[in-house]
Design a protein around this ligand. Structure first.
Ligand code: GDP
Ligand code: GDP
Length: 437
């Protein structure tokens, strides 16, 4: 289960520096999304074999004096709702400030683990001055230097030790876990209602009073599935939801804990930056995808041409990954709701698909022979054998070559495309590995 760590604190205490430090090793491994603009706010980290997400709430701060404190207050509140562990950063060089007090007031009320981190303690003298932060009533300040990295290893140990035990959310491995995600007002709650009907106990709770289960199991329209984090999606706070931060925070948890994400787009609004950010979150977590163009009832000109234009625009914006189903639906009139569930189920099956080794080689080797990887520095690259790896999170294929380091990305893409042409992996990311034979 994906754990989420949120870094909160007033501006300039070093949140983004710490964020970079916590996520950098992971970034070195996951290089495919280099240059995406969201890197500052959301990243993956791993420590002693536990993978988790890190969110820098400061990445979203709206820099206007008036709403500044109010803004931080809202962000901290949401972080306490959505994160598993909260890192509250203060600055030993600057000392205790009113804003620190304001943040601490909110954090003292949460039941979630809060770690008070005194940053910029680059040398020992600074460690002594951290004592003043005891006054915040959040226990021992934990001294680090995000800039030099000192203390961050022990901090990571501490973070990992505070993750909730996972036993209460165990699910049946053979039943798909669907998450309905999308920007505010795309129609997520409406779709969920269309799937499962109005529930007896819609969660209208005060934040933090109940620990909602992440999974709810349903058998509807002949499908057996879990919906992930329905309560979190239904628990609404319309006043603040237009801010991107809120929709991202609400999505992360659901995405991380799902197999297939049903990404809702609003037909009237087309595809915008916020939709793309959620799409990126889905990709970075290696989740499978069904895109629903919702509110199709509002589109007057429902011709095939218009549909094709929509489809093209969506695939174009989400490229290079474009092998996913798109369904035009209406959560309101329930048009194609069954189709959405059916497709999500198919995508889940694609995610679990296994191609027999003999069949894979029989189809792929002649292609590779006809279009071998380009030779580099006069060296010929030979691929003699391939197989799908067992027990992987997403379908993963390994091609054994004499000189794997010379097989470049375009050729990998070629192999992926050929696999996708031959077997239905629609909606699902796949891995292509080239290894030494
Ligand atoms: P944020 O606004 O909370 O995200 O803060 P930043 O990460 O942008 O850091 C604010 C400033 O503090 C930058 O100039 C950083 O270089 C500096 N800074 C961050 N961490 C440390 C640290 O551990 N020691 C020192 N001396 N400076 C730091
Ligand atoms: P959420 O914020 O993503 O959960 O979106 P909601 O389900 O609350 O829907 C936002 C608004 O869009 C509500 O007023 C819905 O009634 C409306 N809505 C949702 N789906 C549809 C649809 O398929 N067609 C139309 N016309 N309106 C819809």
């Amino acid at each position: 289960m994906g754990n989420i760590v949120a870094i909160v604190g007033r501006p300039n205490v070093g949140k983004s520096t710490l964020f970079n430090r916590l996520t950098q090793t992971r970034h070195a491994i996951v290089s495919d999304e280099a240059g995406t603009t969201r890197d500052r706010q959301y990243g993956k980290s791993e420590w002693t074999g536990r993978e988790f997400s890190v969110i820098d709430t400061g990445g979203w701060v709206v820099n206007s004096d008036d709403i500044f404190e109010e803004e931080i207050r809202k962000q901290v509140t949401l972080a306490t709702e959505e994160a598993d562990v909260i890192l509250f950063l203060v600055d030993v060089r600057n000392g205790l400030t009113d804003l620190d007090e304001a943040v601490a007031n909110i954090l003292r009320r949460t039941k979630k683990p809060v770690i008070l981190v005194a940053n910029k303690a680059d040398t020992n003298e600074w460690i002594y001055s951290a004592a003043e932060f005891y006054a915040l009533g959040l226990g021992d300040p934990y001294c680090i230097s995000a800039a030099t990295g000192s203390g961050t290893g022990e901090l990571l140990d501490l973070i990992v030790s505070k993750f909730p035990k996972t036993t209460d959310d165990e699910t049946d491995e053979n039943i798909p876990r669907f998450a309905v995600v999308g920007r505010p007002n795309a129609g997520k709650s409406s779709l969920i209602n269309a799937f499962i009907g109005e529930e007896r106990n819609i969660v209208t709770d005060i934040a933090g009073t109940t620990r909602d289960s992440i999974y709810t199991r349903y058998t509807k329209f002949g499908f057996d599935f879990y919906l992930v984090d329905t309560a979190g999606i239904r628990r609404k706070n319309k006043v603040t939801e237009d801010l991107e931060y809120y929709s991202v925070m609400r999505s992360i948890r659901a995405i991380e804990n799902s197999d297939v994400c049903i990404l809702m787009l609003d037909a009237e609004r087309g595809i915008e930056a916020q939709d793309l950010n959620i799409f990126q979150l889905i990709q970075r977590n290696n989740k499978s995808l069904v895109v629903v163009v919702n509110k199709w009832d509002l589109v007057e000109n429902k011709t095939t041409v218009v549909m094709n234009e929509y489809e093209y625009a969506i695939r174009h914006r989400m490229a290079p990954f474009d092998d996913f189903p798109i369904i035009f639906a209406s959560a309101l009139t329930k048009q194609r709701i069954f189709k959405v569930l059916e497709t999500a189920k198919e995508v889940y099956q694609n995610r679990k698909k296994r191609v027999a080794t003999a069949k894979l080689n029989e189809e792929m080797l002649p292609l590779i022979e006809a279009y071998p990887p380009p030779s580099i520095k006069g060296k010929y690259i030979k691929i003699k054998y391939c197989m799908q790896l067992p027990d992987t999170q997403i379908p993963s294929f390994v091609f054994y070559a004499n000189l794997p380091q010379y097989v470049k990305e375009p050729y990998r893409r070629f192999l992926e495309n050929k696999i996708r042409e031959r077997w239905d992996f629609s909606g699902t990311p796949i891995n292509i590995f080239i290894r030494q034979k």
